[in-house]
Design a protein around this ligand. Structure first.
Ligand code: C2O
Ligand code: CU
Length: 434
């Protein structure tokens, strides 16, 4: 697939607010999901079936300074219920936006006020968490940026949201979301791959921060980024202690990568879809920076998350087929620890502040992207080494991984596969922190 200039523009125009605008107003805004008419660049007419927040895909970029309060009114303009979840944010439990567990679904025409201060600076995102497989798949997602109190100085702070959409052979958006072959495999992979950019021109020599978010429901993006000489400074919104080399990026659904670097040439994003590797987005050159910043990339200011303590519980999470268990909804395609759908009892109960070790077993034939709400965890990498803090971990077929987590955010939290077709069909559980 070759990308036309209009395709890139579509991404660039999609409803982003500039940092200055949003920060000045200390965000108090309304998110209104409603059906929207999008004209894909590949087509000459509008495609029905998509929905967006405030008339765009992605929804508006919410941006605030660390310590500030986010105040968002969700005003439901859909024919169906909905909710907003703040992915990766250690929000208070009642603000987590998960149907059944933390909040009633907001009915059509009704509203709900979300109000909290995100504790951590970083790249986060928001998305529907009701029928999320379908609602996110139709376009209900957007970026949430919490700026450090002293952010690194850059010429451009650019958000790039990745997503894919499926169209039918007649070119129309495929609104059939109940496809057993999707549920029972890698999920609903779209044929239209998109990079939605908040900004699409840079000068050679500019210092940029690039915030990548994989908002696809099921697709793992394997991304080659050319044109930036820089380093990875954060994963899933949380700063790395030391910047890491910028190589091919692998982003599971919901994962984020922050990059800081200097522009050497036009920036291109390429990925492999099907058999061919192709560019799916680019940031064009608009000139030369007369005073290029070539200084080495330094680490972002450290986060305030608690270090793991003594391990007091060891648990196992087994990903498997659901053997048709339909007791908790869905078709019983997937299960966690033998239950398909949300179990009556939590997977784990933790005292506030407790550190637990969880073994994640994936004997299935498919990759799984396990996400824990309200917390960040570290992977156990060797006898004592711990990986970076993450909120979503990609686990390859037949792989077993171990994570440690400090459960310090009280409440009921979902723990599920973020391949949303898998969680829609059973791959979810929950934990309780008291
Ligand atoms: Cu992105 Cu259950 O969340
Ligand atoms: Cu999965």
């Amino acid at each position: 697939m070759k990308l036309s200039r209009r395709q890139i523009l579509l991404g660039a125009m999609a409803g982003f607010v500039t940092p200055q605008q949003a920060l000045a107003k200390n965000p108090k805004l309304t998110l209104r999901p409603a059906p929207i008419a999008v004209r894909w660049p590949e087509q000459d007419r509008e495609v029905p079936g998509l929905v967006g927040f405030n008339g765009s895909i992605p929804g508006p970029e919410l941006r605030l300074r660390q310590g500030a309060q986010l105040e968002v009114r969700l005003e439901n303009g859909l024919q169906d219920g909905t909710l907003v979840h703040w992915h990766g944010v250690r929000a208070p439990n009642r603000m987590d936006g998960v149907s059944i567990l933390t909040q009633e679904v907001v009915p059509p025409g009704a509203h709900f006020d979300y109000k909290f201060s995100p504790p951590d600076a970083g790249t986060f995102w928001y998305h529907s968490h009701y029928l999320s497989y379908e609602q996110v798949g139709r376009g209900l997602f957007g970026p949430l940026i919490v700026e450090e109190r002293n952010p690194p100085l850059v010429d451009h702070d650019i958000t790039a949201m990745l997503a894919d959409f499926r169209t039918k052979s007649d070119g129309k958006f495929d609104t059939d979301f109940v496809v057993m072959e999707d549920f029972a495999s890698e999920g609903r992979l779209g044929n239209l791959l998109r990079v939605f950019l908040s900004h699409n021109t840079v000068r050679q020599g500019d210092r940029v921060r690039l915030r990548l978010v994989n908002a696809a429901i099921d697709r793992v993006f394997r991304l080659d980024l050319e044109g930036i000489n820089g380093a990875i400074v954060a994963l899933d919104g949380i700063p790395l202690e030391y910047p890491a080399a910028l190589q091919r990026l692998v982003l599971a659904p919901a994962q984020r990568v922050d990059i800081v670097g200097t522009i050497v040439t036009e920036v291109t994003f390429s990925t492999t879809a099907g058999i061919s590797r192709a560019p799916i987005g680019r940031i064009a050159l608009s000139g030369v920076n007369p005073a290029p910043d070539l200084s080495p990339v330094t680490a972002l200011p450290m986060h305030g998350l608690a270090a793991p303590g003594q391990i007091t519980q060891r648990l196992e999470l087994l990903m498997r087929g659901g053997e048709g268990d339909q007791d908790h909804g869905g078709f019983g395609t997937w299960a966690l620890n033998g239950v398909s759908g949300l179990p009556d009892k939590p997977f784990g109960r933790f005292e506030r502040g407790e550190t637990a070790l969880i073994t994640l077993l994936n004997p299935t034939m498919f990759a799984q992207g396990i996400h824990l709400h309200g917390h960040h965890f570290r992977e156990v990498l060797g006898s004592k080494a711990l990986g970076p803090l993450r909120d979503t971990l990609l686990i390859a077929p037949a792989e077993t991984r171990e994570i440690v987590c400090v459960f310090d955010n009280p409440g009921l939290w979902l723990f599920h596969c973020h391949m949303l077709s898998h969680s829609a069909d059973g791959m979810m559980t929950w934990i309780e922190v008291s």
